[in-house]
Structure formats: C-alpha cells, structure tokens
Design a protein around this ligand. Structure first.
Ligand SMILES: *[C@@H]1O[C@H](CO)[C@@H](O)[C@H](O)[C@H]1NC(C)=O
Ligand SMILES: *[C@@H]1O[C@H](CO)[C@@H](O)[C@H](O)[C@H]1NC(C)=O
Ligand SMILES: *[C@@H]1O[C@H](CO)[C@@H](O)[C@H](O)[C@H]1NC(C)=O
Length: 411
C-alpha cells in the first residue's frame, strides 16, 4: 500500500462526508502543491534521471492481459566503476500504490535508492505499476474505458510481476534481486506464495521495505475510517473505476474528512503514513504533487485485507459473483506458508509506520519463522515510518546500505 491509498479510500466513502466536502466537484481541477513538477511527457528517464548524470533507457513490457508497463533502466553508476569485467547484477524496484517509479528518484543521487544501487555496481530497473502515468497503455483498452481499470493486485501477481521478471531476465541473462515497498512487497510475497514458476526461476533475492501481508492493525485513522466503511464498494458499483488524485484536489478532500472526523491533519504526510522522522518538506511537496492513479477495485481489495484480516483473492462480496469467479462462496486465500524457505529475504520495518504496523509485520514474521536462517535478514528501525523508506534523507545509510550488503551476500 502506498502512502495515500487509504486516504483515498476515505475519499471514496463519499456519502458519509459529502456534506463536508460540499465543494468537492468545484475543486475538481485544483491540483496539489506544484513546486518542482517537471514536464512528465518526456518520460521518467529524461525528467528525473539523465539530468543527474546517469545513463537511463526507457523499456516496456506487455503483460499477458494486454497492459504495457514501462521500465527505466539505469545500467551503471555515475562513476562507471569497473566491475572487474563481471556483469552488473540486475535489481528490479517496485513502488507501492498511489505513487509511481518516480517516487524513488526525488532525493539527490547520493540519497535515493536507484542511484545508490547503480553507484554500487548494480544494473537498476525501475518498475511502474499498471495505471500509473507511464504505464497507461493497453492492447485494445483505453484509460477512459472502465474495463481498463477492472483489476486489483491479484492481476499484478498473475501478470505484471512475472512479465517484468521475464523481461529483465531476457535482457540481462541473470537472476534478479528485487526491492519492493509496501504494495510492492505484497505482490512479491504473493507471487512466491503462488509458486509462480517465472518468478521462482528468475528471482535471486528480495528486499521488502514496509512489508504488507496483514493490515488489521493499521493505525492511520483516515485509513481505518475508509476501510471499515463499506461505501467504497458502492462507489465502485456506481462506476467510478479509476481513482486519479491528479484530477481532484486530494489534499483539500482529505482535509475535509479530517475535519469531519476531528482527526489532526495539519501535517498530511503524518496523518496518512505515520510520523516520519526524516523527510525534507520540499521533497514531500514534490512527492504529493506526483501521486498516481490506480484502480478503485484495487483500493477496495486492499480495504478487504484490512477488514477481513487475511489476504484472499478479490472478494466480490456477493455469493453469486464469487461462485462465478472462483467456484466457491468465498474467494481463495493466499497461503503465505508456501513461500519457498530458501529464497533470500530481507525485511525492514519501522516503529512509527502507521500503515505497515509492527503487529501486522510480526504476524508475517511468524509465518516466516521456519525460513532458512542464513537466507533471512530482518531490520527494525525504531524512528522510521512509511515514507522514510522512499524519500528519507538518511535512508541510504539507514536502509539502502543494508539492502546492498544483503544483495552482495546473496550474489
Ligand atoms: C562503462 O564501462 C563498461 C565496461 O566496464 C563499458 O562497456 C561502458 O561503455 C562504460 N560506459 C560509459 C558511459 O563509459
Ligand atoms: C523472454 O524470452 C523467452 C524466450 O525467448 C520468450 O518466450 C519470452 O516471451 C520473453 N519474455 C519477454 C517478457 O520478453
Ligand atoms: C531539501 O531538498 C531541497 C531540494 O532537493 C534542497 O534544496 C534543500 O537543501 C533540502 N533541505 C534540507 C534541509 O536538506
């Protein structure tokens, strides 16, 4: 789950707060903070990477269900340190929901994850989830059609994750290290639990930042209000298939919800993701200005993980539809105990994270308790919350250097 996922769900619980958000429509064209927005049409490489002195190539991969996902490759570091002739090991980096690949490169090169990895000798691939601005193409559907948005993370597990692993493997001829944040951890864990052959054969190791597999203890008030309100489903039924934070004033809408429920939201990032220790306010504004669309159905699926206490396939919450799709009254559960115990895993979680709550992470760690010990590393960072992992100004020393050490150990 990305930073704003649940806040956005809150907005979807419209009837409850409609009175408070009376001028919601009127503000439809207002955007969030605009400082630092760059022209996005040139692509992520041109807008955010090459101007920092890095080589960067645009790639795309088409999924089995017809989506074209963009990937950006940073093949080497600024200094092009010799690798003794050895090929640079590939790393695939997957962001969470409501943000895009660009969220990783908002900090300066010596602070952000992709460039730190490139400077450490890795061949870096930045993923962009379906529905985000650089991955809004489909073989025959257009984003204006509701069918374009008829998917959840189930579909990312079946289609997107294997397609990206296959593509990067074909391009590099090497097994791939993975870094996921938030929803990016969930899709990797579920691909492993499903024993997806492509992923199993092509993943070298995985670093999971703010791991998400259980969400029942989420402490963000906004998120809870949203998820526990079933209205989101009704919104979907009435046909709102895409949620695009750029088209509405997400900031003022969230503030209206905060007022209605007397939640303290002076600091939006804190209200949404927990008390981050180490953010630069300029970068936060750029981050909030670059929030990305996702499918409403995907947000509803995430709200089910909060409400039902376990990860299942999407629950249609109507018996006949579940029977039609799954042949049973209830959707199948993902069995996390099936995650192969010999895949090297690095988990890092923060003591202040309101989305990836400690209690929920401990439940995941309990599931993984029989994982091979020499292939399992866990890091706990007392002061870190959800966004520190992506744009924390000290994340390189606090987290990324440990991720790099872990990848070296499992090369
Ligand atoms: C970086 O080094 C590799 C070989 O180590 C070479 O193939 C590549 O062209 C170099 N790139 C630049 C930009 O100098
Ligand atoms: C990777 O290569 C295999 C074998 O050539 C091919 O079947 C597959 O379609 C390729 N995958 C991608 C995503 O390009
Ligand atoms: C915050 O980030 C901006 C933009 O990168 C930079 O100019 C500024 O110096 C940073 N502030 C601090 C306190 O690090």
């Amino acid at each position: 789950m990305g930073l704003l996922g649940y806040a956005v769900l809150a907005i979807l619980s419209v009837p409850m707060v409609l009175a408070a958000v009376g001028n919601f429509q009127a503000q439809a064209s207002v955007r969030g903070p605009t400082s630092g927005i760059k022209l996005l049409n040139d692509g992520l490489c041109a807008s955010f990477v090459t101007n920092q002195g890095y080589k960067c190539d645009e790639h795309e991969v088409t999924t089995k269900d017809g989506f074209t996902l963009s990937l950006q490759r940073i093949p080497e570091g600024r200094k092009n340190v010799s690798n003794g002739g050895a090929k640079r090991p590939p790393v695939l980096i997957q962001h969470g929901v409501m943000v895009g690949g660009m969220s990783w490169v908002l900090n300066p090169p010596d602070e952000n994850l992709p460039m730190s990895l490139a400077d450490s000798g890795y061949d870096v691939w930045i993923a962009n989830a379906r529905g985000t601005i650089y991955s809004q193409r489909h073989k025959f559907l257009r984003p204006a059609e509701p069918a374009f948005w008829d998917w959840t993370f189930d579909d990312m597990v079946i289609n997107d994750v294997p397609a990206m692993f296959d593509y990067v493997y074909n391009q590099t001829g090497q097994k791939i290290h993975y870094v996921g944040h938030s929803l990016g951890t969930l899709v990797a864990l579920l691909s492993l639990a499903e024993r997806n052959e492509v992923v199993l054969n092509r993943m070298k190791s995985a670093a999971l930042l703010c791991p998400i597999a259980y969400l029942s203890h989420i402490t963000t008030e906004i998120a809870n209000i949203a998820a526990k309100t079933f209205i989101a489903e009704m919104t979907a039924m009435s046909g709102t298939s895409e949620f695009d934070p750029n088209r509405i004033s997400v900031v003022s809408a969230i503030k209206a919800i905060c007022d209605t429920h007397r939640i303290k939201c002076d600091d939006l990032m804190t209200a949404i993701s927990g008390s981050n220790c180490c953010l630069n306010s300029t970068v936060v504004n750029v981050f909030l200005a670059h929030l990305q669309p996702t499918a409403t159905k995907n947000l509803i699926h995430l709200s089910q993980v909060i409400r039902f206490g376990e990860v299942t396939k999407f629950n249609y919450e109507m018996p006949d539809l579940n029977i039609k799709n799954y042949g049973s009254l209830f959707p199948p559960r993902y069995d996390l105990t099936k995650i192969p115990s010999d895949i090297p895993l690095f988990l890092s979680y923060g003591g202040k994270d309101a989305l990836s709550d400690i209690t929920d992470v401990l439940m995941l760690l309990d599931i993984l308790k029989s994982h091979d010990l020499d292939k399992f590393s866990v890091q706990f960072i007392k002061d870190y919350a959800h966004a520190d992992y992506v744009i924390g100004y000290n994340a390189k020393e606090v987290v990324y250097d440990y991720v790099i050490a872990f990848f070296r150990k499992h090369q």
